[in-house]
Design a protein around this ligand. Structure first.
Ligand SMILES: Nc1ncnc2c1ncn2[C@@H]1O[C@H](COP(=O)(O)OP(=O)(O)OP(=O)(O)O)[C@@H](O)[C@H]1O
Ligand SMILES: [Mg+2]
Length: 241
């Protein structure tokens, strides 16, 4: 394993995330309805790996989309560090997403017509940055050396998710949002992907918010929150690993 990830001029540490009085209503606010998400207060420490668990429809993706600035809450404030994400304009939110966030999805979301190398370089390209060594070193990190010219369709699901991890990390984001990153992988492959994420997390300490239906996947995090009907149920519990 190399000593550090490529492309980092500074050693990024995770940004704290704070939600206060956040509600998300889909399709209008009617008295008989409940919001898809209602979070009176939630603090995620910088460098923490927070896991969201809950039934389908409980609000996990909604929460990740709000923290990612992909969607906006109807009420409340979402702070990234001291910046109120939902009060910034779309341009500023886009810049924050590009510079400071990495996204990992259940179905990998690689661009099928781009090679592995081109997929991984996308976040750097959007920032107008170049690093000819980034891909090779990152592929080494995720155990896929020599595969830079393949198309995503020429990789297994686990390999595609490792490419997606490399793409999420290439610009050293301070926040990683992972929505069911092992949801379409078998158990063994899922463990490989999460072990890799754990290694990279230990190496440079981004804040991670990850949703999952799997207890075992959840044990990779540092704190588990259970969500039901858009509300955080419990006092925070420590993950077991
Ligand atoms: N764009 C949308 N328009 C309308 N309703 C939505 C939209 N996105 C989500 N919802 C609703 O909000 C609630 C929370 O959905 P969300 O996708 O956050 O659940 P989830 O916990 O991620 O579920 P899953 O485990 O199936 O991914 C659900 O009732 C869902 O139907
Ligand atoms: Mg979801």
């Amino acid at each position: 394993m190399t000593e550090s990830l490529p492309c980092g001029e500074t050693s990024a540490t995770g940004l704290p995330v704070h939600l206060e009085g956040v509600e998300k209503w889909y399709g209008g606010r009617r008295k008989e309805d409940r919001p898809a998400l209602h979070i009176p207060s939630l603090h995620v420490h910088g460098g923490e790996w927070l896991v969201l668990m809950g039934d389908s429809g409980s609000g996990k993706s909604t929460l990740l989309n709000l923290v990612g600035g992909v969607d906006l809450p109807d009420t409340g404030t979402i702070l990234l560090g001291d910046r109120p994400l939902n009060r910034l304009d779309e341009r500023e939110r886009t810049l924050i997403r590009r510079r400071e966030m990495g996204f990992v999805f259940q179905f990998f979301n690689l661009f099928p017509t781009l090679s592995v190398q081109e997929n991984i370089l996308l976040p750097l390209g959007l920032l107008g940055r170049k690093d000819p060594f980034a891909v090779r070193r990152l592929l080494e990190e995720v155990g896929l050396s020599g595969m830079e010219h393949r198309a995503p369709s020429e990789l297994s699901g686990g390999e595609q998710q490792r490419v997606a991890l490399a793409r999420a990390l290439v610009h050293r984001p301070r926040i990683i949002l992972a929505d069911e990153p092992t949801g379409s992988l078998d158990h063994r492959t899922g463990t490989v992907v999460l072990s890799l994420l754990r290694r990279l997390h230990r190496e440079y300490g981004p804040t991670i918010l990850m949703s999952t239906h799997s207890r075992e996947a959840a044990s990779f995090g540092s704190r588990i929150l259970h969500i039901r009907d858009g509300e955080i149920l419990d006092a925070p519990t420590a993950a077991t690993s």
